[in-house]
Design a protein around this ligand. Structure first.
Ligand code: PLP
Length: 392
């Protein structure tokens, strides 16, 4: 008798329950086309600053190709400690409280796995970055979403969080400025959410990967709120503000016990982040000036694309950060998926369907403005033609 399992049955049960990313098929389609304008990419169109590339080349040239300590190069951890202090008013000990990771992607996985016990509820706001729900599920936690809406600019309030909090809530996962909505928080809102986390004794994981890309005023980390540093894992990296996506380098900063817990997973799964990328990241922190140039250009594009979309008849709130706009396409009568597919087929413009970022993203489209200004203009003209035809 042959009672051996079929190949699909060998995949772990919890993994089989996790669907593959909703945008994967769409991206595969887009990648087969070279003749399109893509507003679908979540990475800067700027090339990594020359001095940063040069630092990687020099490191290679002098044969700096070995492993680094598991925690990362101490020189980089020190540079990050200085940067986080200057930019966010947060002090972390580079020896015990800063861990270098393979992008914020790894840092998110480490943070969640380090603090979530099976059955713990993790609160997060939606629409959100595609990896949050699967990472929580892979850690055997329970994802609990708090849906944000266009009517209030995709903001998160204490009231909304309270409504989803139970006795099993352990972790609050935040991302401001937000991918895909571009929503950011004012200092008052940060303080309000901070008080909520304190009152419910929650651990906070704060993904601040877009924090340099805020356009309308102050930025501040929730970790800087009174009583929050000890219960927050602060995540940041070099992909967005320094245009270093392919270098794969990020970091987590947290009290020593939490850092040590993340380090254990990192040490056994990743060993260390790539050495050349760490060398380049040291240089990135010494060339702050480039983030300002990028920010100004993104602000110009944001202002243009928001007014163009509203003009076309696709209601679009003005995001305060990141490099995405999230217009509403409900009035066209199409679903997000149908709108994105037809826009691609009929006008050669690629945008990501909003439902890829969770159920509350249905009825929206994510357009990235990390694309050349002239290309954005052409894309908006084509989008106008498409919508005019639809509504005729
Ligand atoms: N967090 C958010 C909100 C993102 O948008 C992204 C990438 O798009 C990441 C994390 C992953 O970034 P990294 O390239 O540092 O892994």
């Amino acid at each position: 008798m042959n009672d051996s399992k079929s190949v699909p049955d060998r995949v772990a049960d919890h993994l089989r329950r996790i669907p593959r990313s909703g945008i994967r098929d769409f991206f595969e389609l887009v990648s087969q086309r070279s003749d399109i304008i893509s507003l679908s990419i979540g990475e800067p169109d700027f090339v990594t600053p020359w001095t940063v590339r040069e630092a990687a080349i020099f490191a290679l040239d002098r044969g700096a190709t070995s492993y680094t300590p598991n925690m990362g190069l101490l020189k980089l951890r020190r540079a990050i400690g200085g940067y986080v202090d200057r930019s966010f008013g947060l002090r972390y000990d580079p020896e015990t409280e800063i861990l270098i990771t393979v992008g914020v992607s790894e840092a998110l996985d480490l943070a969640i796995r380090a603090v979530v016990n099976p059955g713990d509820e993790v609160l997060y706001h939606e629409p959100c970055y595609v990896s949050y729900r699967p990472l929580i599920a892979m850690a055997h936690g329970v994802p609990v979403t708090v849906a944000t809406s266009r009517e209030n600019g995709f903001r998160l309030t204490r009231e909304m969080l309270e409504a989803q909090t139970t006795s099993r809530t352990r972790v609050l996962l935040l991302n401001f400025p937000t991918n895909p909505t571009g929503a950011a928080m004012t200092p008052t809102e940060v303080a309000e959410i901070g008080a909520f986390a304190r009152d419910h004794d929650l651990l906070v994981i704060s993904d601040e990967i877009y924090s340099e890309l805020t356009y309308d005023g102050e930025r501040g980390s929730i970790a800087a709120c009174p009583g929050l540093r000890e219960r927050t894992i602060f995540l940041h990296g070099f992909s967005k503000a320094w245009a270093m996506t392919g270098f794969r380098v990020g970091y987590a900063a947290a009290p020593p016990e939490l850092t040590e817990a993340m380090m254990k997973i990192h040490q056994y799964t990743m060993l260390c982040a790539p050495r050349l990328s760490q060398e380049a990241a040291i240089e990135a922190l010494q060339s702050d000036r480039d983030t300002g140039i990028m920010r100004d250009e993104y602000r110009r594009r944001r202002n243009y694309i928001v007014s163009a979309l509203n003009d076309i008849g696709l209601a679009c709130h003005q995001p305060s950060g990141a490099f995405y706009v999230f217009p509403c396409i409900e009035n066209t009568g199409l679903s997000s998926q149908e709108f994105a597919m037809r826009l691609l087929e009929e006008e050669d413009v690629a945008c990501v369907p909003g439902n890829a970022f969770g159920a509350s993203g249905e009825g929206f489209l994510r357009c990235s403005y990390a694309t050349d200004f002239d290309q954005i203009k052409i894309a908006m003209d084509r989008m106008r033609n498409f919508v005019v035809r639809l509504l005729a």
